[in-house]
Design a protein around this ligand. Structure first.
Ligand code: ADP
Length: 525
């Protein structure tokens, strides 16, 4: 590719009107222009698009931009076309174009006018497109939302899996992959699948220091949320619910309580949906109650709170959804309501899925439970998940979470963990949490009877505590890697090597749990 490295700042000013590059944009662009494969991990709003738009505009030939969503592509194409006085600088290529339109795109590319060609991966495999693209000058390939390649990401698209072989067929050019998902697993998966193990990696911090993270038990949730909103009167906020039905019900409940709220979900009539979204963007309505269908590509800078009525399926989704708060750098309160029973429901949904999906889903849920129940800095927990080390005392935004501003008391539960693990070992690692709790509490049920568990010395050893206490112990033991939920038998707790070492007395670390965090209040002893 012809590398016009010199005077990148001048080109930035010329096309985008910006005087300086943001973060590592300049190094990224320089390296791409010099022919290297690049991997960019930047949070949403970090300025990823410019990393391929600018080099595309100043390179000879056409850059192919692979992007998953046709709606987002159109916005980008309009934006890029607005940057240049020439027509046809950016085009979308997909099956929605008629023959004349497709010919126009091909002509513009052949004439060297088109600098960016946006395609969805499923279009890229079409023979006529492939044959054409093989014959023209391609400057480089950009893969936007690259996490779609990975089953560990929050938006897996099977069509992304074969991109590498398709790109190889088109041209031998540098590839730049970009994503706002940076968990080490996803990163590894993307690099392997795209054959980019040696790519230069540019990673920016995912810390959002202005966001305050809080988790509350899901008790009296409707009242709690109404009160919260009343304390934030007139401010913009999003409330995420899992189901469409809940979205509608809760939006109504808020309206009845005098709160200016509207629903948003994919089942609403298109017109209503767009109107509700616009009202939120135009500040005619304060609160939008939505399923996760809401938010992709929404750029409202002053969202002041994001509430999760239901817990998300992964920490990744949680980060993306809460990331819509405080984009302007101002206040952003991220409040999630947690009930372990909701997680059990999500686990049950997974039961119908193929094994690999189930396994991934369960592990992601385990992280979510870990986040909900952690006593450490929530920011540290999230950033660790993204492979980043965060100093919970001195790091930027260190005091911005419930656990930091109001630290929970910790209880040393080492002896209780020991008893629970002994029970699991002695009963042959055959039982689910529910039945183990029955044994611990000394309560008979069909399972305890049929296995004659009443006769073991463990029966009723923990009845001085509430059953919720023991549930927490078993959940925390799972989160902390002592136990694993077996996916085949669905929920049977098995011991890990860590648990075996612990029982052998080889592990010296105390097992700590937050004392005053009882999340499951609906079902007490
Ligand atoms: P991402 O794709 O990472 O979410 P975008 O590419 O949409 O981020 O950029 C986020 C915002 O930052 C956009 O409004 C964009 O115009 C702006 N931006 C990008 N680069 C710069 C820059 N060098 N200077 C100022 N603003 C920038």
């Amino acid at each position: 590719m012809s590398a016009k490295k010199a005077n990148l700042s001048g080109e930035l000013k010329k096309y985008f009107g910006f005087s300086t590059f943001k973060g590592q944009q300049e190094q990224i662009i320089e390296n791409l222009l010099s022919g290297k494969d690049i991997f960019v991990l930047m949070p949403t709003g970090g300025g990823k698009s410019l990393c391929y738009q600018l080099p595309a505009l100043i390179s000879e030939g056409t850059a192919i931009v692979v992007s998953p969503l046709i709606a987002l592509m159109k916005n980008q194409v309009d934006a890029v076309n607005g940057l240049s006085s020439d027509d046809g600088v950016a085009h979308v290529l997909n099956s929605s174009l008629n023959k004349t339109q497709t010919k126009q795109v091909f002509d513009d590319i052949k004439a060297g006018k088109t600098k960016l060609l946006y395609v969805a991966p499923e279009s890229l495999i079409k023979d006529d497109y492939l044959d054409f693209l093989k014959e023209v000058k391609i400057s480089f390939v950009a893969i936007d939302e690259a996490h779609c390649i990975s089953e560990w990401g929050h938006d897996f698209r099977p069509e992304y899996r074969n991109l590498k072989s398709i790109i190889d067929k088109i041209a031998d050019v540098p590839v730049i992959a970009l994503t706002a998902t940076a968990t080490p697993k996803v990163q590894d998966d993307i690099q392997k699948t795209l054959g980019m193990a040696d790519a230069l990696v540019f990673k920016e911090s995912f810390n959002r220091p202005n966001l305050y993270y809080e988790v509350r038990p899901k008790v009296n949730i409707d009242k709690e949320i109404v009160r919260f909103i009343n304390q934030h009167k007139g401010k913009s906020g999003i409330i995420y619910c899992l189901s469409r039905r809940k979205v509608e019900e809760f939006a109504q409940l808020l309206q009845v309580n005098g709160i200016n709220a509207l629903p948003y979900h994919a089942g609403l009539d298109q017109k209503v949906r767009v109107a509700n979204q616009d009202k939120f963007l135009m500040e005619e309505v304060d609160v939008i109650v939505a399923t996760i269908a809401f938010g992709m590509g929404i750029d409202k800078p002053d969202v002041r709170f994001v509430i999760h009525y239901d817990f998300p399926k992964s920490l990744e989704s949680y980060y993306q959804e809460t990331g819509r708060a405080g984009r302007d750098g101002g206040e952003g309160h991220c409040l999630a309501f947690y009930d372990p029973k909701d997680i059990e429901k999500l686990e049950k949904f997974l039961a119908q899925k193929p094994v690999s999906e189930r396994e991934i889903g369960l592990q992601l849920l385990n992280e979510v439970v870990g986040y909900a129940e952690t006593s450490m800095s929530r920011r540290q927990y999230i950033l660790y998940y993204f492979g980043e080390n965060f100093d919970p005392v001195k790091g930027e935004g260190a005091d911005m979470c419930d656990n930091s501003s109001n630290p929970p008391k910790l209880k040393d539960a080492t002896a209780d963990l020991n008893e629970a693990l002994k029970l699991i070992k002695d009963t042959g690692e055959k039982f689910k949490s529910k039945d183990l709790i029955s044994v611990i509490m000394g309560k008979e049920n069909a399972v305890t009877k049929s296995y004659k568990l009443e006769q073991t010395p463990h029966f009723g050893f923990g009845k001085e505590e509430k059953d919720n206490y023991w549930k927490t112990i078993l959940r925390q033991a799972t989160v902390q890697g002592f136990l694993q939920k077996d996916i085949e038998t669905y929920g049977v707790l098995k011991m890990s090597e860590k648990a075996k070492k612990f029982l052998d007395g080889k592990s010296k670390e105390p097992f700590l749990i937050a004392e005053d965090r009882e999340f499951d209040l609906s079902q007490t002893k």
